[in-house]
Design a protein around this ligand. Structure first.
Ligand code: PAF
Length: 282
């Protein structure tokens, strides 16, 4: 695995590849877990050269968010990337990604305003800006992202489509611990009791899916079923539960073909998100 610590090394490596080389790219903020590994494995499996980036992107954190406390585990990340057979990784530095005078912002307002965007109004502009920069630098043919960050995935798909970027966005399934908790780099901050409370989120989503399978299509009833269980533990303070379509993120009144039930809550001061597909989604 080639490890680059500068943009120059990344650009030199990229230029050294054949012009028809197929590159699979996995952008990360480090603190790699099985969820990230599943993206790397999906990239590896698709038979392309596999590249990753590790960068805790400051512009996607709001003023009172956990940028300083975000786990940074470079040695373990490097080992995990090697284990997964990654060909190239760039450990990026904020001063190189956002040099003095940086003045551009990429926004996808229609998809950034709802769901997580309500409590994190600047988050998705930070994500869209850094992802577009990374795509310009790496020039991959495939981009691998997790479905756990569902709104992020939908928004990046839109950005790729709207800006005519020639690449496939591959959405990979949520990876969960055996107890059902969706993997997140922030889970390490949960206390034991907090972890139990966090499990209620997934339980709520699963209960709504059972109701859907039993024939319920009314969004209010499905959302109520999910909230009933998700809010059962007083440690979990709910931010939202919403049923939306998987392309425009519009609230659904009833699920005809399919939709995504998305949830965000705080447990022990840790912000957690999760979601589940009901029916068929794109
Ligand atoms: O999902 C993440 O880890 C980040 O939002 C991403 C896509 C690496 C951009 O910083």
């Amino acid at each position: 695995m080639i490890v680059a610590n500068s943009k120059r090394e990344l650009l030199e490596w990229r230029r050294s590849l054949d012009s028809d080389a197929r590159l699979g790219f996995v952008p990360t903020m480090g603190a790699l877990h099985e969820g990230h590994r599943s993206l790397l494995r999906a990239a590896r499996k698709s038979g392309v050269t596999v590249a990753a980036s590790v960068f805790v992107n400051p512009t996607q954190f709001g003023p009172n968010e956990d940028l300083d406390q975000y786990p940074r585990t470079r040695e373990a990340d490097e080992a995990a990337l090697r284990e997964e057979g990654v060909d190239f990784v760039w450990f990026a530095d904020a001063a190189e990604v956002y040099p003095t005078g940086f003045a551009t912002e990429v926004r996808v307002p229609l998809l950034a305003a709802g769901l997580c965007g309500r409590s994190r109004p600047t988050h998705f502009a930070g994500v869209a800006t850094v992802v577009l920069k990374l795509l310009n630098l790496f020039r991959p043919s495939q981009l691998f992202m997790g479905r756990k960050d569902f709104q992020q995935l939908v928004l990046i798909r839109r950005l790729v489509l709207d800006l005519d970027l020639e690449l496939d966005v591959v959405g990979c399934d949520i990876v969960r611990d055996p107890d059902g908790l969706a993997l997140s780099s922030r889970n390490v901050k949960l206390s034991e009791a907090g972890r139990v409370a966090a499990l209620a989120l997934n339980r709520g989503l699963l209960a709504a899916r059972e109701l859907f399978k039993a024939g319920e299509r009314d969004a209010v009833k499905l959302v109520l079923e999910a909230s009933r269980l998700a809010m059962a533990d007083p440690r979990a303070s709910l931010e939202y539960i919403e049923l939306v379509d998987s392309v425009h993120l519009k609230a659904l009144e009833s699920v005809e073909r399919g939709g995504v039930l998305a949830i965000a809550a705080r447990v022990d001061g840790v912000r957690l998100i999760d979601n589940i597909a009901l029916g068929e989604i794109d």
